[in-house]
Every structure is written in structure tokens, then in C-alpha cells.
Design a protein around this ligand. Structure first.
Ligand code: MG
Length: 444
């Protein structure tokens, strides 16, 4: 309350002079409370589940006030660490921790060339940590800082996969029995390296010794899977499917038309980010709901798709876009254009990143669906306060900030490379190769 108002009230006898003085003192103390300044920016690199996770810890000059943010880009995790330590750490030293959007813009512009996966993840780590700090300061979960809940929890889908169609159907039935209403179904082609499906020992003819994938074989098999799923699971279960950009654009047009009759919840990544112009053609020819964005890093990718209403679900990996700050703006743009959110939520996102996902899920009106997640004991040993899954719903924490604490001593027990399959370890977390029969490498 302003001093003049207090004095007027005191003069009018509404409050005593002593009460007015006390209130003024309290107001002055609030105004004088210094904004926390960034004292240090640290990186926690850990792989408790065998997948490389990178988490940024921002410490302030106020005792016990710090926050965590996800900066996980598992395929090039070692490069994110120096991007934070050698560039953002000195850049942020002494800056006010309470100006999140301002600092995001400053970090984004500080590299001059921007919108790349390594630097966007580094920015995301700091950005999410600043939201955590602001929540801890306010004593509120971050979803409250975004305006509060639009729903109680995030409806999720789970993955049913297998080398044979019957295996996938059985897996889907088990997922439904666990309370899920949405299931992503993926089936392998015998002898081939299908995305999200089991591999078999069948040998297919090829001109090389590596993994094989043939788009036409995959599409024929997937159509049979959807037919079996509708027959065995009924019409009530929502089916999702990920093409994972593995077919040519014109094949994607035909495939999107062919699956229309199975009424998918969405068809994901029918083309690659290099072929976005094809969405206009797919859109003109069928009403199959489309999800896209997992590989996006730049506004030049998501802005046209949302603006022209060419997709139904924007499916960005939040850290790859630079964190919570840009993604809440993307969600707002989507709401205006009738595009819903379906933030990417695989195992190579830290629990802090999953909490950022579910925070957007519950706080944004245009939420569509969330990829489900489970946290094994080794992950819970490092991260306490992981978001909870119940009956196919993911819940945001009710504790201040993200409500997550990192046990840094436990994190050190799981260095990069721990527990990974030989190939992934050899590739330092990166993807391997998949080729057509003749040896042509394909996107995957
Ligand atoms: Mg995907």
C-alpha cells in the first residue's frame, strides 16, 4: 500500500499509526528484497537407465535457492556439457535469475548462429532451471506460474510393439488392461529393422551386412497390423503410429490415405523435416490426423506448419526447441490455429524434462496427448520427485518448482556408457545406420 494511502487511513482512524508504520515497513522490505543473481551454472551428466542424461543446475547467491533444467540431447550429450560450462556459465554469471524470458533471448542471441540442437539444449537446461528457481521462490509448482491447471492430469499413450502382429495386439491388450486408452502400435517386418519393433533372426537378401529397411514392405505390414488391431481391440481404443520419416514423401501421401479408414488418433512423422512442403499435399488428400515436430529445432520449421494448419499435433522435443519458455509460446500459437500439443517424451529425457512436459500438458488448454514414461529404480535413486503415472495419466508435482531433487552422489554412480548395449556405447549414444537392400542409407 502506498505511504500516502496508509497515512490517509491512519489519519481517518481506519488503522492505527503503529499498524500503518508496520505495514509500510513490510512493504518496503518486500520492495528492497534483492533479486537472486546467478552465482554458478553446473552440469550433471548421468546415465542411470543406460541413456545419457544431461541436467543443468543453476545456483543463485541466495542460500539454498537453485534449480534444475533438462539439457538432454543423448546422441551428442558430450557436446552439450561444454556448451553450458564454457559459454553459458560465464555469460550468465551475476545476471538476475528472475528475468527468464530476457535471459532466454540473451542466451539465444549470444551465439549469433542459432537454432541448433546442441545450443538449444544448453539453453533449455538454464531456462528450465530458472523456472524451477522461480517456483521455489514463490512456493508454487511451475504449472501455477503458467496460470494453473486446465485439467487434472495428462492423458498418455503407451507403446505396443513386437516382431509379429499377434505380439503387438497382445501387448496392446495388456496396455489397455493397465488403464490406458491410447496405444502406439508398431510391428516389425521379418528380417528387417523396423522402427519401434522387435528384430527377428530371419535373414533377408541384401548387398551389405548391416540393418535393412524397405519402405514398401513396412507399409504393407503396418496396414495389416491396423486391420488386426481394429478387429481385435475394437473401435474404442485410440491407435497411434510413428512412420519415423522412413518412407519417401509420395509414399507418405499414399500411406496417410490408406490408413484413413482405421481412424488413427494420429500418424506421426510421415515425412522428414526436410520435406515439410509435402504436408500441404497430404492435407489436401485425407483426414488422417497428423503429428510432427520431434526433430524440430527452429521456428522456421514449426511456424509454417502451425500457421497453415497443416498438422493436428505439434510434437516438439521441448529441450530441442530451447526449453519451457519457447514451448509455451508454441503451445499458445497452436491454440489459436487449432493445433494440439503432444510433447515428445522418450526415455532420453530426464525426469526434470518430463516434469516440464506435464507442466505444459496440464497448464495449456490445447493439450492433445502425452507419451507415457516410467522411471526404473536406478532413475529414482538419482532423481527424487519423478512425475507419477496412474491409470494412463501423468501427474504434475504439487511441490514448489519442479518438485524434483537430484542426488549428485548417486548420479556419479552412473557415468555415460553405463549399462548400454555395445553398439550404443561404441557410438557414444548416437544412432547406428539403417540401409535399403542395395545399401542406400535412409533417414531413421
Ligand atoms: Mg516419434
Amino acid at each position: 500500500m502506498k505511504r500516502r494511502n496508509l497515512l490517509q487511513l491512519a489519519a481517518a482512524g481506519a488503522v492505527t499509526a503503529r499498524e500503518a508504520a508496520a505495514q509500510e515497513q513490510a512493504a518496503r522490505a518486500t520492495r528492497a528484497l534483492p533479486a537472486p543473481k546467478i552465482k554458478d551454472v553446473q552440469v550433471i551428466a548421468t546415465a542411470p537407465q543406460g541413456l545419457r542424461l544431461v541436467v543443468v543446475k543453476v545456483l543463485t547467491d541466495q542460500d539454498g535457492l537453485y534449480g534444475y533444467g533438462c539439457a538432454t540431447y543423448t546422441q551428442r550429450a558430450d557436446l552439450v556439457v561444454p556448451a553450458v560450462e564454457k559459454y553459458l556459465r560465464p555469460f550468465l554469471a551475476g545476471k538476475p535469475a528472475d528475468r527468464i524470458d530476457d535471459l532466454w533471448q540473451a542466451m539465444y542471441n549470444s551465439s549469433y548462429w542459432r537454432n541448433g540442437p546442441v545450443l538449444n539444449n544448453a539453453i533449455s537446461g538454464v531456462d528450465q532451471a530458472l523456472w524451477d528457481i522461480k517456483g521455489r521462490q514463490a512456493g508454487l509448482p511451475v504449472y501455477q506460474l503458467l496460470g494453473g491447471k486446465c485439467r487434472e492430469a495428462a492423458d498418455c499413450y503407451s507403446h505396443a510393439s513386437g516382431g509379429e502382429i499377434a505380439q503387438v495386439v497382445e501387448s496392446a491388450k495388456q496396455i489397455v488392461a493397465r488403464g490406458f486408452r491410447h496405444v502406439r502400435v508398431q510391428v516389425g517386418v521379418p528380417g528387417q529393422a523396423g522402427y519401434g519393433a522387435g528384430r527377428s533372426d530371419v535373414k533377408v537378401e541384401r548387398l551389405h551386412s548391416g540393418a535393412v529397411f524397405e519402405p514398401e514392405d513396412y507399409m504393407r505390414r503396418a496396414l495389416k497390423l491396423f486391420e488386426a488391431c481394429r478387429k481385435e481391440l475394437g473401435d474404442e481404443v485410440e491407435l497411434l503410429h510413428d512412420v519415423h520419416e522412413r518412407v519417401s514423401p509420395i509414399q507418405a501421401v499414399r500411406f496417410a490415405k490408406d490408413v484413413e479408414k482405421f481412424r488413427l488418433f494420429f500418424l506421426e512423422d510421415p515425412v522428414s523435416p526436410e520435406d515439410l512442403a509435402w504436408f500441404r499435399i497430404i492435407r489436401q488428400q485425407c483426414a488422417t490426423p497428423l503429428a510432427m515436430g520431434e526433430l524440430f529445432n527452429s521456428p522456421h520449421e514449426w511456424t509454417p506448419l502451425i500457421r497453415e494448419r497443416l498438422i493436428d499435433y505439434i510434437r516438439i522435443h521441448v529441450t530441442q526447441a530451447g526449453g519451457l519458455t519457447p514451448c509455451r509460446k508454441i503451445a499458445a500459437m497452436g491454440e489459436l490455429m487449432g493445433v494440439k500439443t503432444a510433447w515428445h517424451g522418450p526415455g532420453d529425457v530426464s525426469p526434470v524434462g518430463h516434469m516440464a512436459n506435464v507442466t505444459l500438458d496440464v497448464a495449456c488448454h490445447n493439450f492433445g496427448i502425452q507419451e507415457s514414461v516410467s522411471f526404473p529404480e536406478s532413475v529414482r535413486e538419482v532423481f527424487s520427485g519423478c512425475p507419477e503415472m496412474k491409470n494412463g495419466y501423468l501427474y504434475a508435482n504439487e511441490t514448489p518448482g519442479w518438485g524434483i531433487e537430484v542426488n549428485e552422489a548417486a548420479a556419479k554412480k552412473y557415468p555415460f556408457g553405463y549399462g548400454e548395449r555395445g553398439e550404443r556405447q561404441q557410438l557414444n549414444g548416437g544412432w547406428g545406420e539403417v540401409r535399403r537392400r542395395d545399401g542406400t542409407i535412409i533417414k531413421q
